[in-house]
Design a protein around this ligand. Structure first.
Ligand code: KIV
Ligand code: ZN
Length: 525
């Protein structure tokens, strides 16, 4: 039997899989992964550059912040379609339409729960009411744009007959993409492929639109389910960098893209993604969310291309293909190269920044260079990762109101541990000494004594940027205030200095957020 895809005019277009990235919506909405406005713009820029077809930039009705970031991403996007999420309510759809308005190409993505569980317990409405809302929401969205996606939330636990009726209603009302989410990550690959195939065969008008997958990873099947969905006729995959998303996350974008690229023999499809940007995107998302990437994570994990055993190393040295199914270069992983020492000059440093993808203005460059020199004085080998940590910190702190000037800590078995810190706050220096339950506690208490606040600290995390005892520590500190979280980062060869910088960076982000809401708070106390 021929599927509707066989009737498409060009084989190449028929086999193209549209990559819909939801890192900034489903990913950002998971606990602890909150990003600031600037961080969202940074992630969106990389997604756009790497060739993501559709960026789901947020849920505009959810908050003022979400609205603003969707709108700004829509303004800045160069190639990607910018999409906003909306429940099946007119106020959501209207707000979403306003947010995506500046985009050269914008999409409204509206959804409703279709399963018996969602109908009864979440909305307490019957099947007819769901069908009416599908028609009304898609029609409303089509009044703003001709690119409308409709999703059947919890589709994989919905009665097949009813799901087909909903999909038909959405198509009739003008949906151009229909998404079949495995919202709770419950489906097996056979079931999921069968579901997509069944809808394509049964629903009138299915041949005119694009079907999409959106698979959650509760049973570790998100990528497998998405790929069999494509095999069954879906041509859009919703996924997120590093598999970020609700609970166990979404299908990982990098895994979907590299599976399609590497196994073209088994899956004759293609995507428009520049795979050499995958490592950069993964590191960026991990950095801004402070969600570490599992060491053995496929494609972007630290060990994904490492060969430890003697037999493997021997094989790879003789012929890489013996144990490598894709090259590290194809995902943008470069040999960590020795950069320069303390004698390296401005020219070499500027060249290195260019190679790493940074473009700094003159002032930022000078500041970064001074910090590089200081680091090279203390650290024998300065690697690419060190430079990246240093410059990321420089960029993040460019507009900070609070800066760490000096820190002295007395630590060790004797106790009590003591920290003396000097902070520059709006150009004025303040010094404070505090004892604490350990040197980090003492340091944070001293900072809090200078900048009093009520924020909670749900995360303090330390990792090493490179190997060796002189490696820089990269510290992430998450602060939570008024139900919102921010994550600050700091790096230094001294873990305590990195900790102080991370804490101060998080405070600066809280201040910036507060200032947007009500200027001159917090520091006034
Ligand atoms: O998981 C889900 O069903 C969703 C929808 C909003 C598409 O995220
Ligand atoms: Zn989801």
């Amino acid at each position: 039997m021929k599927s509707h895809q066989d009737k498409a005019p060009k084989r190449a277009e028929r086999d193209r899989v549209v990559i819909f990235d939801t890192t900034l919506r489903d990913g950002e909405q998971c606990p602890g992964a909150t990003m600031t406005f600037e961080e969202k713009l940074e992630v969106a820029e990389v997604l756009d550059e790497m060739g993501v077809d559709i960026i789901e930039a947020g849920f505009p009705i959810a908050s003022e912040g979400d609205f603003n970031s969707v709108q700004e991403i829509a303004r800045r996007a160069k190639k990607a379609v910018i999409c906003g999420l909306a429940r099946a309510q007119f106020k959501d759809i209207d707000r979403c339409a306003e947010a995506i308005k500046p985009a050269a190409r914008g999409r409204i993505h509206t959804f409703i729960g279709t399963s018996p569980l969602h109908r009864k317990y979440q909305m307490n409405i019957d099947e007819n009411e769901v069908l009416e809302r599908v028609t009304a929401s898609v029609t409303r969205a089509r009044s703003y744009t001709d690119d409308v996606e409709w999703s059947a939330m919890d589709a994989t636990r919905t009665e097949h007959d009813f799901l087909c009726r909903c999909v038909e209603a959405a198509i009739k009302a003008g949906a151009t993409t229909v998404n079949i989410p495995d919202t709770v990550g419950y489906a097996t690959p056979d079931e999921f492929a069968g579901l997509i195939g069944m809808i394509l065969i049964r629903v009138p008008g299915a041949e005119k639109i694009v079907f999409s997958t959106h698979c959650h990873n509760d049973l570790g099947l998100a990528v497998a389910n998405s790929l069999v969905g494509v095999g069954a006729g879906a041509r859009q995959v919703e996924c997120a960098i590093n598999g970020l998303g609700e609970r166990a996350g979404n299908a990982a974008l990098e895994e979907i893209v590299m599976a399609i690229r590497t196994r073209g023999d088994a899956m004759p499809f293609f995507t428009g993604i520049d795979t050499t940007m995958l490592t950069r995107a993964s590191r960026l998302v991990s950095r801004v969310t402070a969600f570490p990437v599992q060491y053995n994570k496929a494609i972007v994990g630290r060990n994904a291309f490492a060969h430890e055993s003697g037999i493997h190393q021997d094989g790879v040295l003789k012929y890489a293909g013996t144990f490598e199914i894709m090259t590290p270069e194809s995902v943008g992983l470069k040999e960590s190269s020795l950069v320069m020492g303390k004698h390296s000059g401005r020219h070499a440093f500027r060249e290195k920044l260019k190679e790493l993808g940074y473009e700094l203005g003159d002032n930022a460059f000078e500041d970064a260079f001074v910090r590089f020199k200081a680091l090279a004085d203390r650290k024998k080998h300065v690697y690419d990762e060190d430079i990246e940590a240093l410059v990321d910190q420089e960029i993040a702190s460019a507009h900070d109101r609070i800066k760490v000037v000096a820190l002295t800590v007395i630590a060790g078995t004797g106790g009590p541990q003591k920290a003396t810190i000097t902070l520059d706050v709006d150009g004025k220096q303040h010094t404070c000494e505090q004892t604490g339950d350990g040197p980090v506690d003492a340091t944070f208490r001293a900072i809090k004594a200078i900048v009093p606040h009520e924020a909670r600290l749900p995360l303090y995390q330390v990792s090493a940027v490179t190997e060796g005892t002189d490696a820089q520590a990269e510290v992430s500190v998450r602060l939570e205030a008024d139900g919102k979280t921010v994550t600050g980062r700091g790096s230094d060869t001294d873990t305590l200095v990195a900790s102080a910088r991370a804490y101060v960076s998080a405070l600066n982000k809280l201040l910036a957020r507060e200032a947007r809401r009500k200027p001159e708070t917090m520091l006034a106390s």
